[in-house]
Design a protein around this ligand. Structure first.
Ligand code: PMM
Length: 283
């Protein structure tokens, strides 16, 4: 297992797939129904994920669900920064899910350990230079456009090849802007500018993405393509009932050596990874 440079040492010492727990500080997130929309409840949810065994807690203040509208910079800062401060004070390893350089900068200033940019540096021209000035790991996801437009951008002749090529291109641009390749994590961006069927070839060929040479993060948890897979009579399976399918994917991804999975149910993911690790030990 290769880790990105700049990861806290207690995580860099681990040889298993890491678990990133999701905390959406957004009133409209599809996956938590907006229950954690206040600072206080976001903090308590994050602490319970850490207690469940999350290696990293990913704090996001802007919903990226398909069709979502953007929030203002001020609103995003108000949602994210107090949560990051409190988690850092509680020794939680925090990543911040943001496309804005200013949010990344202020989050790093209060102790965030990782920046998770779903736009891979494309949404904010200042992002690469901001990240280049620091030493934190930088997660670059495959992205073609903001949530409001991404449905129209799901056009591929060869989804695996194109997503790989576009990720490699962003990685090269980030490196030219001064971010060491060793500090970056790649992510194929399941559900982002991909229709439900287009996620499956990516999952089938996940080792091709690992072969790009950077640690790989995958966020499949409870996503729409799982809802479609498990649909009954044309009705997608409810978000809350996609957990078994999510955990099945965690098992497959961990056994192929992905660096981390981004999930809502941390206990289920840690259990799946424990099974994978136990099997690896056997002769
Ligand atoms: N998915 C969501 C948000 N942030 N970040 C990364 N790196 N990878 C993802 O797949 C990803 C992400 C959307 O899912 P959510 O609304 O359940 O958080």
């Amino acid at each position: 297992m290769s880790h990105p440079q700049g990861l806290p040492t207690h995580l860099a010492d681990l040889s298993r797939t890491l678990v990133m727990g999701v905390v959406n500080v957004t009133p409209d997130s599809f996956s938590d129904g907006g229950r954690f929309d206040t600072t206080k409840s976001a903090i308590s949810h994050a602490l319970s994920l850490a207690n469940d065994g999350a290696d990293i807690v990913d704090v996001g203040g802007e919903s990226t669900r398909p069709g979502a509208q953007r929030v203002s910079l001020e609103e995003e800062l108000n949602r994210v920064i107090p949560v990051v401060k409190e988690l850092v004070a509680n020794s939680v390893v925090v990543s911040v899910d943001t496309m804005r350089a200013e949010v990344a900068k202020q989050a790093i200033a209060v102790g965030a350990h990782i920046i998770n940019d779903v736009s891979g540096g494309q949404a904010d021209v200042e992002m690469f230079s901001t990240i280049a000035q620091d030493r934190v790991p930088y997660i670059m996801m495959h992205w073609r456009g903001h949530s409001a437009q991404m449905g129209e951008q799901a056009n591929y002749l060869d989804v695996v090849q194109e997503v790989k090529d576009e990720l490699a291109e962003q990685l090269a641009k980030a490196n030219e802007a001064g971010i060491a390749v060793e500090r970056m994590v790649l992510d194929p961006g399941l559900g982002f500018a991909k229709n439900p069927q287009q996620n499956w070839p990516i999952l089938k060929h996940i080792s091709d993405f690992i072969d790009l040479g950077s640690p790989l993060l995958v966020g499949a948890s409870r996503k729409r393509f799982l809802g479609e897979l498990l649909a009954t009579e044309g009705q997608p399976r409810d978000v809350a009932a996609r957990e078994a399918a999510t955990t099945a994917l965690t098992t497959l991804l961990a056994s192929q050596g992905v660096w981390a999975v981004r999930v809502h149910d941390v206990i289920a993911a840690r259990d799946a990874i424990a099974v994978v690790e136990k099997l690896k030990e056997q002769q």
